[in-house]
Structures are given as C-alpha cells and as structure tokens.
Design a protein around this ligand. Sequence first.
Ligand SMILES: *Cc1c(COP(=O)(O)O)cnc(C)c1O
Length: 435
Amino acid sequence: MKKSTLCVQGGWEPKNGEPRVLPIIQSTTFKYDNSEEMAMLFDLKKEGYFYSRLQNPTNDAVARKIAALEGGVGAVLTSSGQAANFYAIFNLCEAGDHIVASSEIYGGTFNLFGVTLKKLGISCTFVAPDADEEELQAAFQPNTKALFGETISNPSCAVLDIEKFARLAHRNGVPLIVDNTFATPINCNPFRWGCDIVTHSTTKYMDGHAAAVGGVVVDSGNFNWEAHAERYPGLCTPDASYHGIAYTQTFGKMAYITKMVAQLMRDLGSIPAPQNSFLLNLGLETLHLRMPQHCRNAQAVAEFLQAHPRVAWVRYSGLKEDVNYEKAQKYLPNGSCGVLSFGLKGNRETAIKWMDALKLIAIVTHVADARTCVLHPASHTHRQLSDEQLREAGVAPDLIRLSVGIEDPEDILADIRQALDTLETPLAGRNLTCK
Ligand SMILES: *Cc1c(COP(=O)(O)O)cnc(C)c1O
C-alpha cells in the first residue's frame, strides 16, 4: 500500500463485527483460562498479551502502522522520544561500550549521550556531520557499537548525508541509527539509504497536534548481528534473564525489537498509555496531508525572511543558497519539514523583542505541530549548554527556531512582518549566511 493509505488504514485491520476505529485497550492485564498458556507467554514460546508494560493491542497497532510507513520489520512505541533514543542505544550497549554521534542533534539527545550515558559507563564521541570520511573514521574505536545522527537536525536544520554515515557504520561493523523526527516517513525513509534503525519523537509531526508525548524505535531488520556476534553478545548469545534464548537464533530479523520488549520494556518500562497511542494514531491519519502544507508554508516564510533587511541569515534546506540544498534534493525531494532557523541583525535582545511582539505565533517549548511557534534555543531548550557546546551543536546564540504550522501562510507572514516592524529602523544592506 502507498503511504497515504498506510497513514489512514495501516496497523489496524478489524475483523467482522469489530470496531472500525482503533479501540483503546486501557487494561493493564489480560485473562487466560489455564496457567500453562500463561507460562508459554512468559517463556516467549507463544505470542499473546499478558501485561501492558510488555505489550498492549492499541500500542502494537500504532507501532505496526509506523513500521509499515518506514518500511521496517517491527517497531516499539515508547513513552517519549528521549526513551526511544535511549532504548535504541541501550539495546546494543553496556558499560564499557562506545557510540559515535553527530554533534548536530537535539539538545536532549546531546545531553543523554554526553552526560547520562557516561554515568552508565557508555561513552560517546561527537563528530561534525559534514566531516570527511577520514575524520569520521577516526572517531570509531574497537568497542564502538553504533553510529547516530538526525535526518534533519533539531534545531540547526542540517541535513544528514545518510549514505555516507551508513557506509562508515557498516565499514566498522555497526548499525546506523537515524532519528527521523523532523522529516517523518512522508518525506524520508532512511532505510532506503542504508540506515538500519530509525527512531522518532512522535510528539512532533506524527502526533501533529501537541497532544501526547511519545516515541518509537523501528528496525529495518537489515543489520546482520550474527556477522558481528562477538560485538553484540546481548543479541547473539543466550540471555540468562530469558530462559537462555539467543534472540538472533529464535527471532531472526525480529531479534533487536524482541530484545527491546523482552528486556528493556520489562526492566525499564517506558511504555506509552494506550490513550496516548490512540491520539498518536489520529495524528498519523493526516500526516501525509499535513507535511506538504508545513513544507509549502515554511518555504514561503524562508523566502520572505531571506529577502528582509532585518534578517542576518536564514537556514532552510528548501532555499537554493542553503548549504543543505543539494543534500535535501537527494534525501528530501518532496520537501523537508516546517522548521527553519534564522538570526536577526542586532543582538540577543533583538531576537527576544521580536518574539515578544508576535501575536499569532506562540512562544512554546515545542516544534513541529499544526500551530506556528517559535523558540530561542540559547535561552530555552539549550540553556544548559556552554557557548562552545552550543557552537558544536550548530546553535548560534542568535538562532531563532521557527516551526511553521499549517495555518494560512498569509496570516503567518503578516504576524512575522508586524513583529519585525516593531524593531528599530532596519539596518542597511543584507547579509545572508546559510552556515
Ligand atoms: C523532541 C525531540 C526528541 C525528544 O523527544 P521527546 O518526545 O520530547 O522526548 C528527540 N529527537 C528529536 C529530533 C526531537 O525533536
């Protein structure tokens, strides 16, 4: 089926007399007639539901829809995007292991990898995503277990060269994990370009209405764990905590996803509420309609800003002058997303003054939903980072992150314009630096 059909109908196929709309199975537990059957479920010898921390029919239906949209073999929903990225890594790593990650990633993920994973004994080397292959290669160590990047980085809007990253990962015998939150499966399927595992914060476009925090991990099923069995003992050798099952031998292409449910969900339990998965599913039903509108509106706003004398620089991969334009043509031919970043001429105060003058556009700690919103990362999401870390994460102190919604573009532009008009006399000249 095509993506539009999967968005509307994927994941839930009601049988005769069953509800047409995905039901919310708000039940912690499931009933069995005899104890033997329950025992088989615990041994992973039979498929079925017994406790919602492990599996729940509402959650599973939505996971199936997203797996189908990404072209993966299976997916796990998590309670947040943060949990998804943590699980994606922790399913492969333990104390003493190492990962390599693009430095241009979401602030929360940067902190998770650089600070919190370190406390668990997992170290991370950050690399500039546009570094050449030699530089990237130098970041790998014998104990490296994964390479990580974002299709479109939040908030710097850099487009990842997925093929280059996949090549590097595979040369070193590790999978490439890509956070595909901003592009969504509508605008990019990283598996097509050699990526092995995809994550999302479903909180953003997938939900699309800022109603429920959530995440998902999708496996392509393509990475050959057995070929690197000594590197991935958790997948390839018997798991003492699960009756001596070796996931790759028992579950084949579903090894990574099954291990995530059987070990990580069992022990850490970051499941979404079935109610939230229901809301996520409603959002997914219109994802294919919303994304093109986000892209059209963002393109109009980017072009307006680029031509405005008060604007110092604009970064949006749909602009021909943008450093990411070529990569976007390749990986995001139908458009990237509604998020763009730009800087105003002046100082930090200029950005704050402009934001405070907005009327339709709201200042919120969110991006990528139906309503246009704005954020100043240096004073909000990234305020825990030093100036040097800010630069490393591709976040200039004057960077304003604008998340263009699906309202009428004329109303969005009118608000941006009236707020710009409140600033002092426009400065002469124009200085476009898309770096
Ligand atoms: C928001 C975001 C996250 C974190 O997701 P939450 O759902 O807020 O936990 C991770 N990655 C990217 C790219 C994001 O935009």
